[in-house]
Design a protein around this ligand. Sequence first.
Ligand SMILES: Cc1cc2nc3c(=O)[nH]c(=O)nc-3n(C[C@H](O)[C@H](O)[C@H](O)COP(=O)(O)OP(=O)(O)OC[C@H]3O[C@@H](n4cnc5c(N)ncnc54)[C@H](O)[C@@H]3O)c2cc1C
Length: 384
Amino acid sequence: MKVVIIGAGVVGLSIAVNLARRGAEVTVIERNSAGSGTSSTSYAWVNANNKEPQSYFDLNLAGMRAHAEIAGSGAWLQQTGHVELATDDAHRFELEERTARLQQMGYPAEHISASRARELVPDLLIPDDCDSIVSFASESCCYPLPFVGHLLREAALEGVTILTGLNVERLEARGHGANVILEDGTVLAANHVVSAAGRWTNQITALAGVPPVMFEFTEPGDVTVGYLTITNPLPTSLTGLVTSPRLNVRPAGGGRLMLQALDLDVSADPTCVPDTSSVIATEFIDRLRGVLQNTAEAEIVELQVGQRAMPRDGLSVIGPAESAPWLYLVATHSGITLAPLLGSGVAGEIFGDSEPLFADFRPSRLAGDKVVNVPEAPRHPGEQ
Ligand SMILES: Cc1cc2nc3c(=O)[nH]c(=O)nc-3n(C[C@H](O)[C@H](O)[C@H](O)COP(=O)(O)OP(=O)(O)OC[C@H]3O[C@@H](n4cnc5c(N)ncnc54)[C@H](O)[C@@H]3O)c2cc1C
């Protein structure tokens, strides 16, 4: 069986490795370099914390388990846990309700005291009005580029061909399969084509005459965009994820921290990215100093506007296109959490299995003008 995969992000590479292990002849086409898409601009928090409805929670929980299984001692995944603090009434109420719901489903979620929070995060500054703190012990920090590196090594071991710097320009149905035509004129015949093109998925569906399934960026602050900032190396002892009223913070490697402040995303605009000395960068630093000690010397050294791969209902698209069954579509937010599960599950489906966890995420539910619940942009602590 010959399979062409479009896109060498974490999702495409994970599917490639699993297909090759099952004996498929796999070629991955990537127009830039491996990992250069959203996979390298991600908060990369592996969790099922605020994922609804139930089937999306189940999918993400299985994603967490699949990550842990393949990670072993792999340096790209650290089960650090996550501590969330609430101060205002609305957040406190939402956190209490979410914690109770997660506990009922057997997801590790535990109310903790301020002193326990300081044991877990020694440099944590806890506001006086904070009376609700929850620890989510099973959640992890992923380091996406080491993860991409791992997948590239596995792909090489399994004999996957990866062609980088080449755009897929045309798709032509041929019998039960298709020809994939690259910008240099190369024609690749495939029994199956997998689109793992992330936020560019609508470009691939257009090539196949299939209706679009994704949101496109339309205006600053919409659901597809969010700031991510990285500090200089700091003498703070943060090892895990902290979600606090005005800032989410995690280690970024090398003593640096990654910061996210979802309420600031209202101005996020990928066509006009502020620099590292801008007002927005200064605001991130001010907020950090209110959350962690030993951050007096903090500076923002990288400020990015990430662009989410966002299906039209904010969930995932996993399955063959209805009108072009040779084209298997995979596009999702939470792709860092889901990549290992998508790898094994999609490979299984292409070999004829059916993955029950994917049943609610078929592309047909979004096709054409079907009405969907439009997701709101994440604006509160704990969202992504
Ligand atoms: C601000 C932000 C925060 C996030 N936080 C989290 C989080 O905490 N946890 C989590 O799980 N997820 C998070 N995500 C989402 C996650 O990062 C993405 O879902 C994931 O990286 C998507 O991976 P992918 O492989 O599908 O796409 P990508 O990494 O974008 O890969 C797609 C690839 O396809 C290539 N491509 C596209 N079109 C073509 C073509 N025609 N020809 C050849 N190549 C093509 C692109 O160049 C690209 O490299 C976040 C995302 C953002 C933006």
